[in-house]
Design a protein around this ligand. Structure first.
Ligand code: UDX
Length: 454
């Protein structure tokens, strides 16, 4: 089938490259010429494991352009995957979505096109995009006859760092539309994934338990709400583990054991119960905020979602308090942060806990040192005022430190020969911000081991 993808951020790029890999003929539009040039040359503008390999495999079916006129005409499906950043009041800023929808309408010419909202959009945006498309299409002087289109929602559940696996082997595909023909077209588009009939890429074998993917075909509003409800649930699951972790610390329980014991109950599940400095990234913060904002439009409160956000923010403060309790005085102390990205396997720094922790330590007079195996380069550009604190080696980070905080659980950090660094520190205090280090082993090596919760 012929597919157009508007926007080559995490979601758009992964969608476009994966669909081209599956054999569809895909054109990705992005207004950023530099990005288009880079992708055309087979280089990936974001750090995402496997993306360049998949780009190479999908290349025969994949084109990048800055022109809607090159991409939209003839497409059976147009995915709109532009950014929807948070406005000041928490509601998503839909400027880019509006302008993308208008540009798509200017170029539609197929007898039937499904326009899919792939960006995380507020509930009701399907109708809104539909209205923009229709208005813009009606205003076209060169409007062709016999052109039909319908809007569908197909929310994305991919995690950064796992984007390709989450797309090719998803837990489910959700399609929302009030038009049966759209549901049929998208069902056909996704059939290779639903039935798992494609040959997996060499670098990403199919997990043994994946043989068919459930399809949730529903109405537009339900599909839009599924995305928010799922993300908010994951966010509050983590916050719940963190809240229990604070009680665990008081009563002398081990939160890691508690989370394991809870998670083995299949009704709860063990994933997203990892305690620590909490969630960051582009989705959980933005989506929980937007859910609260949408509920507010209907005079509804979302006390559980609000609490999940408060608990999450508190975890970052607790990391600093733990250091203060231990060191008594933070002024003049050297504190190293291991990891800046909001999670491993990405260079994404949006809402990263490390940023709040570093700023709060600096505000209290501490001297920070920062390290990340992948995100340093992006950090330098996006956080110029903190860039001077970056160290290029791990030895440099540990040298003379009064404490080191493991903020992002990169495999490189877990595999470190920790015995090497204990002697480099002024006081060998390690605060495990992700509850991933072996506390007994760290103590045997001579560290004073602290955890954020539990
Ligand atoms: C998330 C959703 O998982 C995905 O479905 C959605 O489409 C986009 O948002 P992402 O933000 O890429 O994906 O990362 P995810 O792996 O979900 O982690 C989010 C944050 O939660 C990270 O900061 C991570 O460190 C933290 N986390 C995750 C925990 O603190 N504990 C956990 O148990 C799991």
């Amino acid at each position: 089938m012929k597919v157009c993808v508007v926007g080559t951020g995490y979601v758009g790029l992964t969608t476009g490259v994966s669909l081209a890999f599956l054999g569809h003929e895909v054109t990705c539009v992005d207004l950023d010429q530099a990005k288009v040039d880079m992708l055309t040359a087979g280089r990936c503008p974001i750090y995402e494991p496997g993306m360049e390999e998949l780009l190479a495999e999908a290349a025969p079916n994949l084109t990048f352009t800055t022109s809607y006129a090159d991409a939209v005409p003839g497409a059976d499906v147009v995915f709109v995957a532009v950014q929807t950043p948070s406005a000041d009041d928490g509601s998503p800023d839909l400027r880019y979505l509006r302008s993308a929808a208008e540009s798509v309408a200017q170029a539609l010419n197929n007898d039937f096109t499904v326009v899919v909202n792939k960006s995380t959009v507020p509930i009701g945006s399907g109708n809104w995009v539909d209205a923009i498309l229709r208005d813009s299409f009606e205003q076209r002087a060169d409007r062709p006859a016999g052109v039909e289109f319908a809007v569908a929602s197909n929310p994305e559940f991919l995690r950064e760092g796992n984007a390709i696996a989450d797309t090719l082997y998803p837990d489910r595909i959700v399609i929302g539309s009030d038009n049966p023909r759209s549901l049929e077209v998208l069902n056909r588009l996704y059939r290779p994934i639903i039935n798992q009939t494609f040959t997996p890429p060499a670098f990403l074998t199919r997990p043994e338990d994946v043989n068919a993917v459930p399809l949730v075909s529903t109405d537009l509003a339900s599909a839009e709400l599924i995305k928010y409800a799922a993300n908010a649930f994951l966010a509050l699951k983590i916050s719940y583990a963190n809240e229990i972790g604070q009680l665990a610390a008081k009563v002398g329980a081990d939160i890691t054991e508690v989370a394991r014991g809870m998670g083995l109950d299949q009704r709860i599940g063990s994933r997203f119960l990892q305690p620590g400095v909490g969630w960051g990234g582009s989705c959980f913060g933005k989506d929980t905020k937007a859910l609260i904002a949408t509920a507010g439009e209907y005079n509804l409160e979302m006390p559980i979602v609000k609490a999940a956000r408060d608990v999450n923010q508190r975890q970052r403060a607790i990391a600093v308090e733990r250091l203060q309790d231990e060191l008594r005085i933070l002024k003049g102390r050297k504190i190293g942060l291991l990891g800046l990205a909001f999670k491993p396997n990405t260079d994404d720094l949006r809402d990263a806990p490390a940023l709040d922790i570093a700023n709060s330590l600096i505000a209290r007079g501490a001297r920070v040192k920062l390290h990340d195996p992948v995100a340093s380069e992006r950090f330098r550009t996006e956080q110029p005022e903190l860039a001077a604190y970056l160290t290029s080696t791990i030895d440099e980070l540990f040298a003379d430190c009064d404490a080191v905080v493991l903020v992002t659980e990169w495999a490189q950090y877990l595999e470190l020969d920790w015995s090497k660094f204990v002697g480099l520190m002024r006081t060998p205090i390690v605060l495990d911000g992700r509850h991933v280090l072996d506390a007994d082993r760290m103590r045997r090596l001579g560290y004073r081991y602290l955890a954020v919760a539990g």
